[in-house]
Design a protein. Structure first.
Length: 190
């Protein structure tokens, strides 16, 4: 596993950073931007967890997602091998698990009749913020996938796509199962 006994190395002072293969890339490289943006998603989920700590099951799911995001990031940084010697990435099983969590949370929510505005509760607002950052990460990953000589694993792209859906549903769930959702009122301020 990872051993971090020295936080600064000075190796990035030239504006580059190392991938898992040792290859150095500019810090603005799409691959670096992709996993850096997922790191932002992870941080926002961490803040949301502070507001759902009293719901142990919900908090545990968010914690598992945070761990899975590191698997996606490892895949994007081209980590050669994970535990057991296999390439480190998310799997289709993790995507299926996330879909099951979406279905589980969504089952208790009333169908939407309008778009919703982020808010209603701190947890919901942070989950919606995580969702928007997740969508940005997905756009970067798609651009990276389409770039010649690059690539993104299909399970990683699927996971991030499903994650933004999960965060939307989780934001509603955190709003007293949708009871505190703030609905968009089209044209209200004309």
């Amino acid at each position: 596993m990872v051993v971090l006994n020295r936080i600064y190395t000075r190796s990035g002072d030239d504006g580059t950073t190392a991938l898992g293969t040792g290859e150095r890339r500019k810090k603005y490289d799409l691959r670096i931007a992709a996993y850096g943006t997922l790191d932002e998603v992870n941080a926002v989920i961490g803040v949301a967890r502070l507001h759902v700590a009293d719901n142990g099951a919900f908090d545990a799911v968010l914690g598992r997602i945070q761990n899975d995001l590191f698997d996606v990031e490892a895949d994007l940084c081209l980590a050669e091998k994970g535990p057991g010697g296999a390439r480190l990435t998310v799997t289709d099983a993790q995507v299926a698990w996330l879909e099951g969590e979406i279905d589980r949370l969504n089952a208790g929510l009333e169908p939407l009749k309008s778009f919703i505005l982020p808010g209603g509760s701190p947890a919901s607002a942070y989950l919606h913020l995580a969702r928007t950052v997740c969508r940005r990460a997905e756009r970067i990953m798609v651009e990276l996938k389409d770039k010649p000589g690059e690539g993104v694993s299909a399970p990683s792209l699927k996971y991030v796509n499903r994650l933004s859906d999960y965060l939307f549903v989780a934001g509603r769930y955190a709003n007293d199962k949708g009871a505190r959702d703030v609905l968009w009122a089209p044209g209200q301020n004309r």
